[in-house]
Design a binder for this molecule. Sequence first.
Ligand SMILES: Cc1cc2nc3c(=O)[nH]c(=O)nc-3n(C[C@H](O)[C@H](O)[C@H](O)COP(=O)(O)OP(=O)(O)OC[C@H]3O[C@@H](n4cnc5c(N)ncnc54)[C@H](O)[C@@H]3O)c2cc1C
Length: 522
Amino acid sequence: MKREELIEKISDKSKIWDMVVIGGGATGLGIALDAALRGYSVALFELDDFAKSTSSRSTKLVHGGVRYLQKGDVALVREALTERGRLRNNAPHLVKDQSFVIPNYTHLDNFIYTCGLTLYDILSWGGLSLGRSLFIPKRKTSRCLPTITKKGLKGGVIYHDGQFDDSRLAINLAQSCAENGGCPVNHMKVTGILHDENGKVAGVKVIDNESGKEYSVKAKSTVNATGCFVDDIIKMDVPSSAKMVKPSQGVHLVFDKSFLNSDYALMIPKTSDGRVLFAVPWHNKVVVGTTDIVRDEPELEPVALEEEIEFILQTAGLYMVRKPERKDILSVFAGQRPLAAPKKEGKSTKEISRSHKIFVSDNNLITITGGKWTTYRRMAEDTVDKAINLSLIEPKKCTTKNFKIHGYKPNPDLKNHLYVYGSDMKLIEDIIKTNPEMAKKIHPEYNYTHAEVVLAVRHEMARNVEDVLARRVRLLFIDAKAAKVSAKSVAETIAGELGYDSNWIENQTKTFEALSDQYIIN
Ligand SMILES: Cc1cc2nc3c(=O)[nH]c(=O)nc-3n(C[C@H](O)[C@H](O)[C@H](O)COP(=O)(O)OP(=O)(O)OC[C@H]3O[C@@H](n4cnc5c(N)ncnc54)[C@H](O)[C@@H]3O)c2cc1C
């Protein structure tokens, strides 16, 4: 996947693409891959990096959503459990089985959650289950979750879901798309919508953020998959359009794994604000979250609010013997859910449906919003089908159900931190063989090497320090201070690959250091 080659393809002014997709998060990349695999010509434009926005800031769960079962949304849960199983089969190098424990402090909760999770299992019929749910007595609950409060504990329930690396999956989707003839380009902003003589949408205007060059890209169908930013694009088509999306912010705190000290994840089914709180082992740390706060406007780099940080610390502290404090936070990250705005005023975000919605403007701009990472494949299928139903493109069948995503490798060795590269692991070994210097670690306390930086630039379209340290190697998300001190050496390695000078290195280092301060709590 080489950016220069992809830009070359979109420079062809005479070309009319079957589909143009705006937005390179889970939704847009899924759509572009689906379209490429059906044999359509498809280009995708992402204004920053792939998964820059919400798609790198999830709770890292590939799940049916136990919470939606509590609300009786059985169809949504069944759909997500089906997609969970498919994703586990199609990207086993990135999606692993994760056992969760719900600790119960009343006998009634033991009964309710054992029954509820049995239903959750039943809904994953058809060979897509990840394991049976089970009631466990008090002593076993304490053994599974050694750091939780024992006072009043009455037992627990074990259940299974998937856990993944969100931004790495996004990169692999982009690679799969490019390998199948698609043209996904990052750091390329859509600045306008093209209309034909009948006023119908006919493509997009884009600007390359690196070169400043502008392009007009013509297409038979245009899809707006910009998450929380869909309204900006809708207004480029019809300026008077009403808002469709409300951003709702969710924050996660990352701690040392000793706070959980277990391979089991902790799930608190009902916090004081009626939400679910997870503490999930991830890349040798534990990710705790999340919150749900409505924001007025979407942000590309949202910042955690004090009240969100305090809420997570306090709620986790109620269940953990060693109460996490501010000084223990290794990284804090915030993401914004692209929730379909409620028609009725005053509805809370918890009540707004999490299912995806597809809208078509009078001019045939297709907008998709809502949904979740787990269901990205199904969302993509529905969106491409919509373009077919509108007769914008000729009918072709979806082929993604069993498609093996780039890097596919079953039974990865989870002890080797390179397992996330799947079948690409060999490329890293080759880089080190050619230049043993690249075996040097990025940071003394972590196993990430400069060979991974080289791989990110050569094969994964990383263009700057943030692309590498936030979304290829996840150091910014697991230890923001360590990421900050690694910025300069990573910038030097990238500059060596892309031919940049010392000014670029200095600017990049400063820019990344300022960004990482937002992930550090003092
Ligand atoms: C806190 C939180 C936790 C979550 N946890 C989970 C979970 O554990 N499991 C799960 O399945 N789901 C989870 N989700 C949901 C999931 O993360 C989202 O549904 C999904 O990432 C949304 O992807 P998207 O592509 O629609 O949006 P985004 O990831 O936001 O992508 C949209 C992209 O469009 C780009 N863009 C915007 N404007 C333009 C433009 N003018 N030109 C070009 N590009 C543009 C943006 O830069 C952005 O990258 C969570 C969400 C949140 C907020």
